[in-house]
Design a protein around this ligand. Structure first.
Ligand SMILES: [Fe+2]
Length: 418
């Protein structure tokens, strides 16, 4: 199914009255919408995260990834340049790179041994001139016209981004000033890989895009956050939206926690526990910055988020694997100049997140509950009025869904839904 505009949908799509405060459930389960997203978002004017620069530090390194559903190869060439190509042989369409990562001088398709350089140019065709004077490609076959399909590439703060669109502005312009500045805060010096894992979550990818922008849920769903006072709404904090609303930063300051009465009065299950940690050293974090922020999540449209919880720094990348299936990658990093103790602390605090993490295991299933709960109600819509109906930054409270409204504002625009 290949669609290019909402006009191509068999079932017409318009946004309900209420704008970004209403989220049509159909968007989580309509295969035509999903197909349209592949064209308008992932192949559209966005910067897609491809990998970390530290995934491909040396000449010849490559890393496979996906942009939407399209398989991608990111490479480092002999001169240090970074390239990205569709992982699809220009001959018959087979995957060229089969491994998650590796090192090679040439990228060779195993099907018919066509080989490409690290920039994707076709360099070798097996039996190009046939055998013993017979067969082979026509004389006018032009290898320069049959390289791998390339993407524009830019790196920023150790992140490698790619785009299919000629219209996407520079990464820094795409992010805007507040987003670029905060990325520099978190990722602006040489990174050290600490490990990664991935999990399949059984929901549409946009439910995770909402979830990482949902500062309201963190203190309600995540018992560990609330009980151990890592991220609560009664800490100083706020939400910063990008100028175009696509991206956001949510931040909290643990030191200025002042327990709010509402936690006791409301029926909040996460506030009912009085547990103690057998290993309290888990939370012996050191202050990385002098801005007082001890927890932050920054989401970059469409499917990237950077988490800095205490000293756990992690790049989260969530990839659509079908209308109701998403692969969520967690790339844990530290800094090259970390001490051994600092590295050990980051690794230990990595236990907060991930598929079995002390904090975020709940997110692995909550989005599936929405996927299942909305099944059969495609004509109805969800609600996002917490914190008001506008789509603006909020420095007063994080009991707001403004970043979710921001995501849908951007989504609606890029999808061209009236
Ligand atoms: Fe969560």
């Amino acid at each position: 199914m290949s669609l290019s505009s909402v006009d191509d949908l068999k079932q017409p799509m318009t946004w309900p009255t209420g704008g970004a405060t209403r989220i049509p459930y159909r968007l989580y389960s309509d295969p035509e919408i999903y197909a349209l997203e592949q064209e308008r978002i992932f192949k559209g004017p966005v910067w897609n995260f491809l990998c970390l620069e530290i995934d491909i530090p040396n000449a010849g390194d490559y890393k496979t990834s996906t942009v939407g559903e399209t398989p991608i190869i990111a490479t480092r060439d002999e001169n240090g340049g970074v390239h990205a190509m569709v992982n699809r042989c220009s001959h018959k369409g087979a995957l060229v790179c089969l491994k998650e990562k590796g090192n090679a001088k040439m990228l060779t398709c195993i099907y018919h041994s066509w080989s490409f350089d690290l920039a994707g140019n076709l360099k070798g065709v097996a039996f190009r001139n046939g055998l013993q004077g017979k067969g082979g490609l026509p004389d006018d076959f032009d290898t320069s016209k049959h390289g791998l399909e390339t993407l524009r590439v830019e790196t920023f703060c150790g992140l490698v981004f790619g785009t299919f669109s000629d219209e996407t502005p520079s990464v820094e312009s795409y992010l805007g000033q507040p987003m670029s500045k905060f990325l520099r805060r978190n990722l602006g010096k040489p990174l050290k890989p600490l490990g990664m894992h991935s999990q399949i979550i059984h929901n549409n990818w946009k439910l995770y895009a909402e979830n990482v922008r949902d500062s309201y849920h963190a203190t309600l769903l995540h018992t560990f956050y609330t009980t151990f006072k890592i991220n609560r709404l009664d800490m100083d904090g706020g939400i910063v939206l990008a100028e175009d609303k696509w991206h956001h930063i949510s931040y909290a300051k643990r030191e200025t926690f002042d327990e709010a009465e509402e936690y006791k009065r409301s029926n909040i299950h996460a506030a009912q526990y009085d547990s103690q940690l057998d290993g309290p050293q888990l939370l012996n974090a050191w202050n990385e910055f002098d801005d007082g922020i001890t927890h932050s999540i920054q989401a970059i449209f469409p499917n990237l988020a950077i988490q800095f919880t205490l000293n756990s720094l992690c790049v989260r990348f969530f990839v659509p694997r079908g209308i109701d299936k998403t692969e969520l990658f967690w790339f844990y990093v530290g800094y090259e100049d970390d001490t051994e103790e600092q590295t050990a602390m980051r690794v230990m605090q990595g236990n907060l997140t991930g598929a079995a993490g002390l904090v975020s295991l709940e997110d692995g299933c909550i989005n599936e509950f929405v996927q299942r709960g909305t099944h059969g109600s495609e004509g109805k819509a969800g609600l996002a009025e917490m914190g008001g109906r506008d789509v603006e930054s909020s420095d007063a409270s994080r009991a707001t869904e403004t970043a979710i409204r921001g995501f849908w504002t951007g989504y609606r625009k890029i999808m061209g839904i009236a």
